[in-house]
Design a protein around this ligand. Sequence first.
Ligand code: 3H9
Length: 711
Amino acid sequence: MQKSTDKTATIGMICLDAPPVNALSGDKGIPQAIAAAVQEFDADPAIKAIAIYAAGRFYSAGADIAEFRGNPATDAAPLRSLFEALDASQTPVVLAMHGVAFGGGLEVALAAHYRIAEAKTKLGLPEVSLGLLPGGGGTQRLPRLIAMDKAVEMIITGRPVSAAQALENGLVDALFDGDARAAVLDFATKIINENKPVRRSRDQEIAAFDPAIFDTTATKLAKTAHRNPGPMKALDCLREAAQGPFERSLTFEHRAFDALMEHPQTKGICHAFLGERTAVKIPGLEGQKTSRSMDSVAIIGAGTMGVGIALACMKAGLQTLLLDLKDEALERARANVERQLAGQVKKGRLSQDRADAQLALLTLSTSFADMGDADVIIEAVFEDLGVKESVFRQIDAIAKPGALLASNTSTLDVNLIAAFTNRPQDVVGLHFFSPANIMRLLEIIRADDTSADTLLASAEFARKIGKVGVVVGVCDGFVGNRIFEEYLRQAYLLLEEGATPEDIDGAMEQWGWAMGALKVMDLAGQDIGWAIRKRRKVEQPDRPYSTFPDQICELGWYGQKTGRGYYNYPEGVRGGATNPDVLPMLQAHSIALGLIRRTVTAEEVVERTLLAMINEGAKILEEGIAYRPVDIDVIYLNGYGFGRDRGGPMFQADLMGLKTVLARLEELSKGREGWALKPAAILYRMQEQGLSFADLNAGKTVQTDMQEELV
Ligand code: 3H9
């Protein structure tokens, strides 16, 4: 923060200068310094107005989320003392916003006496999207400045408003173009010249409104309140604001905010926010950039995956070439692309002009020679090493020097694929998740010879096409599918022991997964899992699978695509209906195994599947396949529908505590097929060394007995 005065020494200037986003970090003393500057200027009789503005791209992103440690008494205190200083000032305070004014940053503005905003500013209280509520007086001051229904809308949805809307609804006094410092000086001079008084938002009356808004909004929120408690609690605070007086309802808001800060789901959502920004950084390459251009893409293979990748690239404005050997495949692909774009236009998600512009970026060709100019080449052909070999040898012969050469393999060894070329340093795995134009996750697979610049280029490509790109090492299934296999194994074992598909999926969805494991298998196509299990039987005879899913496949019940799987999919039934034949099959299967079916509780389903994931995640860390626990969390949050409020499997392990995780794994590993849950060795070492997964995210390392660094 910088403090100065204007030329006439009548305006006290406070410049917020904490890049990259001017977060109001209490640890760095920012709110404290602003409060002290306000108090000093206020005490100076020569100062007639105080002007606050910010340097950099944004006015402020609000409180520093990284400092939410679940200790509200200390976490929120510095910012709250700033609001008190603003309220206490006898000198008018003018504040200028530009870029974004979010959360605590907007709350500082609400506590100032006059507010102006640059014409393109976005103003919002997005705290609910972090599982929180505006806890710096936002729920109390906003409805005193704008109509209650508008305040409810802004706070409950967390959606920002434009500067023009803010002017219209009374949130700001004026708009400006250009420099925030010059604008705030002008406005402060005007305040002095017009002898304008101190004007505290806290002293203003809430305008008359229809109180029914609270009940109607509460009814709408009831459906999602168990996933994210923030919006409903924020509504309570707004209701309280209407009761007044300010001081009492402000205390109510502070208590509600503080309680949410300690809520595990809020912690999970904040972990997800910061985690997504951490996982995209490649350790050792932070701050480095690739010099390669990334403007054109060639995709080989015009199947469902190829089309999904093409759509993602076209959306990002990249020249997109889709290659296939057969004209019919390309014709089908074009029809598919056109259908998907038209669908988006119909739903109002895309204008016709933009759809046309995206389509104009697409070229289709059967001639591989056409990919010679592409900056990025992505192979998305059949999952067979022989086919990949032939494709990569052609790519190697045609691609320009420095092109990024990627395989979309989900199971094959990227080292073997890289070896089909004379430039293994340029080869990487880019594992998209289906549908590739929708799912945000991109696993970036680093092979042994992949160069640092190829990784940087892959990360930049991911960012460009709107994906969360997480770098992982080579192993069967990489990070996501390798963990998924262990999680599925437990789901199948639970079916044998007494659960029904509805028990499994219901428990998981209720806990926070977007879709239960068995419904996912029905959606993905059971035949794919069947093929993997057949391979596993040969490769890993010591890790036997439940044979029940094979029985389902033997009947040709591959899931949604055949109308039958663990569930039935009659026309018009969304999400599947009970398949009445499954339970008798399960009963017979359990008898054949000598098992007496028992009640499997929802807690057991959640615990066992989660422990299996945590254990496999720990092994993945031990082997150095993932850099950090948070990378695993981000993969699950963005590629597998793990509930955002649950923060990811490794975050859950910390919530349970390592001691509990180990004790439960040890217990379960004594049971049926217990080998699958035998605790990973790294968990014991972490326990001995008093380390959590959060510690590993923060850069601490696990020492082996020989004191060598593992993670
Ligand atoms: C709050 O204010 C509570 C109060 O009501 C009550 C107090 C008592 N804190 O997204 P980007 C970092 S709750 C800490 O990549 P963009 C981010 O991690 C807060 N760090 O850039 C990243 O770090 P790095 C309510 C933050 O241009 C860097 O800034 N506020 C924060 O795409 C760049 O971020 C929000 O929820 C933060 N608040 O988007 C706003 N914000 O450089 C959340 C960002 O190490 N933030 N960082 O990778 C956003 O919406 C976007 O980050 C923003 C910039 C639009 C600002």
